[in-house]
Design a protein around this ligand. Structure first.
Ligand SMILES: Cc1cc2nc3c(=O)[nH]c(=O)nc-3n(C[C@H](O)[C@H](O)[C@H](O)COP(=O)(O)OP(=O)(O)OC[C@H]3O[C@@H](n4cnc5c(N)ncnc54)[C@H](O)[C@@H]3O)c2cc1C
Length: 380
């Protein structure tokens, strides 16, 4: 049973925190303003063995466990949710399906450079008319001799404009709704693949989000993940389970950042000649923020521990995603309540935590979808 990080895990957390403070913190302001991802960070994190954390050593990865991955995700989100988004998608949704379902050739070709941060990955499932219901996608992949020809469009794709390869969901058999889907690896430069639009967002400004088009995009048939046509959505189940637990760490990270900012503010400021920290109303708010963070962290790391034991269910992962994504809403609102007008100013990080925190409710299954998964897990 997981209760506390081991000494080794605490040492890893300390090392990760130092690296992120040194390498990520100085980039935040500039890239949030530029609304783009600092791509130079990928090889730096690669050298520090902080990409694709669970990728086995055989492919050059660190071969660490889910708890270690959650430690890195929490620490990076504490510094910047936008930058963390690009790193998380690269190490999770983009590369996880290749690791679990790709041929040996694909693993060697894509995972090793991804681990080193030499190639950036993206993942494309969502379309203009299909998100929560993935079986509603319209993108198709038709086999023609030695190739697949992909047609369709994708939207809200993290790392879309900066990726070197993208793991794409498409129907190989559109007559089999939900079942006839496969995942393919498409490379930047493949004929017919283009980035059609860079999207601007409420939050996560330093992550890159785009619309992609596949217009008679031809790729070798060996780039399909898995040995036969069909079953692509069930291949995604393990990736989503893992990603929803990671989202617990993501929400905890930004929640902790909001708490830290407010805690320091309260310790330093006075109102009507009295230290803010003596106000009972403010003490109660901080106590509630701390209580939520403790519950979020406990749930997340217990989920990671269950995942490492092979015991985590989809329901467990959805409970974590839903609880943490909703709890962080209240944490960032409370932070704003204490900061008042100052928190709304552009150079105050609290407004960034509020905007970034709001987005936690959407990717890898919205809060409504997590309710549905939990209810199904209850046998309803
Ligand atoms: C910042 C950001 C980054 C993203 N990155 C990626 C990425 O890298 N790759 C990718 O493929 N996608 C990505 N997405 C897309 C994201 O996964 C989808 O937005 C999400 O799955 C919801 O899909 P949708 O937008 O089509 O909304 P819809 O599915 O149309 O849902 C609209 C609303 O209806 C609700 N709803 C839908 N179905 C039900 C139901 N059955 N019962 C009750 N309520 C329901 C939803 O909760 C939501 O509130 C990203 C999104 C954001 C915001």
């Amino acid at each position: 049973m997981f209760y506390e990080l081991s000494d080794e895990q605490k040492a890893f957390q300390k090392r990760v925190r130092e690296i992120y403070e040194r390498e990520v913190s100085p980039l935040v302001e500039e890239y949030e303003r530029k609304e783009t991802f600092p791509v130079q960070l990928f090889p730096i994190l690669g050298k520090e063995h902080l990409l694709c954390l669970r990728c086995p050593k055989k492919y050059g990865g660190p071969g660490l466990d889910k708890i270690s991955e959650c430690i890195t995700v929490e620490e990076m989100n504490r510094i910047c949710v936008g930058i963390a988004a690009g790193v998380m998608v690269h190490g999770g949704l983009a590369t996880d399906p290749i690791l679990h379902y790709g041929s040996e050739e694909l693993k060697l070709k894509y995972l090793s450079p991804a681990v080193r941060g030499e190639k950036i990955g993206a993942f494309a499932l969502t379309e203009p008319d299909a998100g929560s219901d993935a079986s509603g996608i319209r993108t198709t992949a038709q086999k023609q001799g030695e190739q697949y020809r992909i047609n369709g469009s994708k939207t809200f794709i993290t790392n879309g404009t900066i990726c070197d390869f993208v793991t794409v969901a498409a129907y190989t058999d559109p007559s089999k709704r939900g079942i006839g889907i496969n995942l393919f690896v498409v490379e930047r430069g493949d004929p017919g693949f283009s980035v059609t639009k860079k999207l601007r967002k409420l939050g996560n400004h330093s992550s890159d989000t785009a619309e992609l088009a596949f217009d008679d995009c031809e790729i070798p048939k060996e780039r399909m993940l898995g040995e036969k046509e069909g079953g692509g959505l069930s291949q995604l189940e393990g990736t989503l389970k893992s990603g929803r637990i990671t989202y617990g760490a993501r929400s905890t990270g930004v929640g902790q950042a909001a708490f830290d900012a407010i805690f320091n503010y309260v310790k330093k400021h006075q109102r009507n000649g009295q230290p803010l920290s003596r106000s009972q109303a403010i003490r109660f708010i901080l106590a509630e923020m701390a209580m939520s963070l403790e519950a979020m962290r406990y749930m997340t790391y217990r989920g990671a521990w269950l995942f490492d034991q092979g015991l985590a269910t989809m329901k467990d992962a959805s409970v974590i995603k839903l609880f943490c994504a909703e709890s962080v809403q209240s944490i960032v609102q409370k932070a704003m309540t204490i900061q008042k007008q100052a928190g709304l100013m552009a150079d105050n990080p609290v407004q960034r935590f509020l905007r970034d925190g709001r987005l936690a409710k959407i990717p890898e299954g919205t809060s409504e979808i997590q309710h549905l998964v939990i209810a199904a897990g209850l046998g309803l």
